[in-house]
Design a protein around this ligand. Structure first.
Ligand SMILES: Nc1ncnc2c1ncn2[C@@H]1O[C@H](COP(=O)(O)OP(=O)(O)O)[C@@H](O)[C@H]1O
Ligand SMILES: [Mg+2]
Length: 224
């Protein structure tokens, strides 16, 4: 547990809105160790998604650096950043973004297959992951045939298929009732632990944040 996987140094992010400059991140620094589970809470609009999107290579900083392993992602070209996203990061969002014309099994195997796994291996991994999230009897279902909680469990399985370094989850239980939230939270942490994944979860659900060993709150543009 002593290897620093993610090194965030003094990142600043502003948005221009009309004539106004919104100072969202005002110098955020943190280190995340490989295999750690970290929760970031904070009020709506505090910049949680902005921070997570920067870590995942979906958004860029105005200054400061993010280094993952030995790659400084803040210096990467668009194509290198795209490769970083697909190989090293697993994303889970508030909305599941499952492909509606594909089964649960296909939705989970596809990122692996597209990422270069053999079809047979991707299918095998997808079956194992769906079994972990207790959906063995739902693998041939389409997203429309699944409940909200089941869809998020598919999204949890999908985030792992590519064997990423870290899982980034943005309000993964934001659309769920308390029972389903608790189940998704439990499975998310259990999966990350089982596969040795670093987990960074942004949430205002205490059920989700409470399970993390390390917690931060984003307040006035800095982490406390
Ligand atoms: N692309 C954008 N352009 C302008 N303002 C933005 C943009 N994205 C986010 N913001 C603003 O930045 C602030 C932080 O947003 P966000 O990171 O989504 O917060 P959180 O996830 O904590 O609710 C909000 O005030 C939001 O309106
Ligand atoms: Mg958000």
């Amino acid at each position: 547990m002593s290897e620093v996987l993610v090194r965030v140094e003094n990142i600043v992010k502003n948005y221009i809105s009309g004539t106004e400059t919104l100072h969202i991140l005002k110098g955020v620094s943190l280190n995340i160790f490989r295999g750690q589970a970290v929760a970031v809470t904070g009020q709506s609009g505090s910049g949680k998604s902005t921070l997570l999107n920067i870590l995942g290579g979906l958004d860029r900083t105005d200054s400061g650096s993010v280094t993952v392993g030995d790659t400084e992602i803040t210096g990467l070209s668009e194509s290198a950043l795209s490769a970083y996203r697909s190989r090293r990061v697993g994303f889970i969002f508030q909305f599941h973004y499952l492909l509606k014309d594909f089964t649960a099994l296909e939705n989970v195997m596809l990122p692996g297959y597209i990422g270069g796994m053999k079809k047979k291996d991707a299918l095998e991994k997808a079956r194992a992951l769906l079994s972990d999230v207790r959906l063995d009897d739902r693998i041939q279902h389409f997203p429309s045939q699944l409940s909200g909680g089941e869809r998020q469990r598919v999204a949890v399985a999908r985030s792992m298929v590519n064997d990423p370094d870290m899982i980034l989850a943005d309000e993964p239980t934001g659309n769920l009732d308390p029972d389903n939230s608790a189940m998704v939270a439990e499975l998310l942490y259990a999966e990350a632990e089982k596969w040795g994944k670093t987990l960074i979860v942004v949430t205002h659900d205490e059920n989700v944040a409470g399970r993390a060993k390390i917690r931060y709150n984003l307040e006035s543009g800095v982490l406390v």
